[in-house]
Design a binder for this molecule. Structure first.
Ligand code: NAD
Length: 509
């Protein structure tokens, strides 16, 4: 029998903080049907009206930031400062970007046909909403990846039904409350709580699925969506590499590495998960990273805490297994390497690993935890080769004193985005497209593509000639065929003598 309820736990204290009923397949079907009705009205609202409501929502998010931080920290175990600095800051900025730029991204585009005889046609391509967008989300950014993902979909004229992670549904539910208070039409934004089965039901009814989560689930989502031929965007896992070249500013590189690997206890799709350092600066870099990691304060949510707990026991066990396997095979933990014995919640100590090799799962598979494995490489060539030797291709970072050399290296990296002399920052630029390649999925969030993906691009061709008939229309004749062939040669054959011959043939026929 399907699960009837979900117990939401605080991973820092292991206490149950909410008990929610699970949306069954029929409930999901009904939610989508209600959303469809709301969308039919919403699609006729102006962009100005949509922006106005988004700005109201942003004000409400700011008014309710204390409560929001309470909800977010309690279901994720993240430090409070991080919730403000990342989720809330990002979300408020993103709302501004979509409210301000959304209409421009979706402006109708005029197209000039290349073919001479089609010059009399007016060709315009427009962006129509898809209808009801189903959003299926993970637990690592429970507000950004639910409400945040929904903003461009709403701005584009869609309704949304969100299936948040079963581990962190409270942030999305609170987001729904604020959306309603901001004055968006009833049923335009709904949340269905549940496990994978609830997600499957959403795929069976929505007009598009925007999925963020693991590779395995992403494949299942795509297979199910294929049955209905509905579009999907897949934002999946990563194993992001960082390259440190010998001319890099090592202080900045080490700081960016620690931040990029440990923010949200490493539970970020674009976390730094493998570090390749050129031999001459390897030891100096490792020493700096170790010193910074030693200074990290771990503990329950507080303004003075850097790294919180992991959001689930299952994730902690996965991280623990990877670290234990690596250490059994010869890796050394210079800091950390175990659960944090000071707390009873899901805490794993920030860890620096050396003497790792590419066969270890900590170097091959996504870790999604506070682990920094560092590898010495001979030169930049070896670094790029190692970085690209992965089934993932989400993001990464390169540190060098030469921005030009780093850019050339970045062009050779197999990933959807990259930071030079920085880490993680690419995720918080809602104006710039961000997406993965290889097993990290496809489709983009952010930028023009991040809103156009929620639209059906439609091309409308209007005749402006006013003629009674067109040349290729019926009836066919031998003369018309000759003319078409001469015309084809005139327009498409290379060489002026060939074109001249075709023109003469056309005039004669
Ligand atoms: P997950 O794949 O286990 O779950 C994601 C969501 O899918 C959850 O809501 C889950 O209930 C739902 N789901 C499970 N089975 C389903 C099914 N058969 N049909 C439909 N929905 C189903 O992922 P997770 O553990 O929640 O999240 C961690 C993963 O998310 C990591 O791999 C991380 O890298 C990835 N992630 C990627 C990005 C990105 O932008 N690329 C961002 C954040 C997280």
């Amino acid at each position: 029998m399907s699960a009837q309820s979900i117990a939401v736990r605080n991973p820092a204290t292991l206490q149950t903080i909410a008990e929610l009923p699970v949306a069954q397949p029929d409930d999901v079907a009904a939610a989508v049907a209600r959303a469809r009705k709301a969308q039919a009205i919403w699609q006729d609202t102006s962009f100005a009206e949509r922006s106005r409501l988004l700005y109201r929502l942003r004000d409400l998010l700011l008014d309710e930031q204390e409560k929001l931080a309470d909800v977010l920290t309690s279901e994720t175990g993240r430090p409070r400062a991080e919730v403000y600095g990342n989720e809330l800051f990002y979300l408020c900025d993103a709302i501004g970007v979509w409210a301000k730029k959304g209409a421009d991204y979706l402006r109708a585009e005029k197209i000039r046909p290349h073919f001479l005889l089609l010059k009399a046609k007016k060709v315009v391509t427009i962006y129509s909403p898809r209808g009801v967008v189903g959003i299926i989300s993970p637990w690592n950014f429970p507000l950004t990846l639910t409400l945040g993902e929904a903003i461009p979909a709403l701005m584009a004229g869609n309704a949304v039904v969100i299936k948040p992670s079963e581990l962190t549904p409270l942030s999305a539910l609170f987001g729904a409350e604020l959306v309603a208070r901001a004055g968006f039409p009833k049923n335009l934004f709904q949340v269905v709580v549940g496990y994978g089965e609830t997600g499957e039901a959403l795929i069976d009814h929505a007009d598009m699925i925007a999925f963020t989560g693991s590779v395995d689930t992403g494949k299942r989502v795509m297979r199910r969506a294929a049955e209905r031929l509905i579009p999907v965007s897949l934002e999946l896992g990563g194993k992001d590499p960082m390259i440190v070249l010998k001319d890099a500013d090592l202080e900045r590189a080490a700081g960016a590495c620690v931040w990029g690997a440990l923010m949200n206890a490493g539970q970020v799709c674009t976390s730094i998960e493998r570090v390749y350092v050129e031999a001459p600066v390897y030891q100096q870099f490792v020493d700096k990273v170790v010193e910074k990691v030693r200074a990290i304060r771990q503990g329950p949510s507080d303004d003075e805490v850097d790294v919180g707990s992991m959001t689930s026991e299952a994730q902690l066990q996965k991280v623990e297994a990877q670290v234990n396997e690596a250490m059994a095979q010869g890796a050394k933990a210079l800091v950390g390497g175990r659960r944090n014995p000071r707390f009873k919640g899901n805490y794993f100590e920030p860890t620096v690993l050396i003497d790792v090799d590419p066969s270890m799962s900590v170097m091959k598979e996504e870790t999604f935890g506070p682990i920094i494995p560092i590898v010495r490489v001979e030169d930049a060539e070896e670094a790029v080769r190692c970085a690209n030797d992965s089934r993932y291709g989400l993001s990464g970072a390169i540190f060098s004193g030469s921005a030009k050399a780093a850019f050339r290296l970045a062009e050779r990296m197999q990933s959807g985005s990259l930071c030079i002399n920085d880490s993680l920052v690419n995720f918080i630029i809602p104006d710039a497209p961000m997406g993965g390649t290889k097993d990290s999925g496809f489709g983009y969030r952010h930028g023009a593509e991040g809103i156009r993906k929620f639209c059906q691009q439609k091309t409308i061709v209007t005749d402006r000639s006013g003629r009674k008939e067109e040349f290729p229309w019926f009836p066919a004749s031998a003369k018309k065929t000759r003319q078409i062939r001469h015309l084809l040669a005139l327009l498409c054959r290379s060489g002026w003598s060939n074109k001249w011959r075709a023109l003469k043939g056309l005039i004669k026929s």
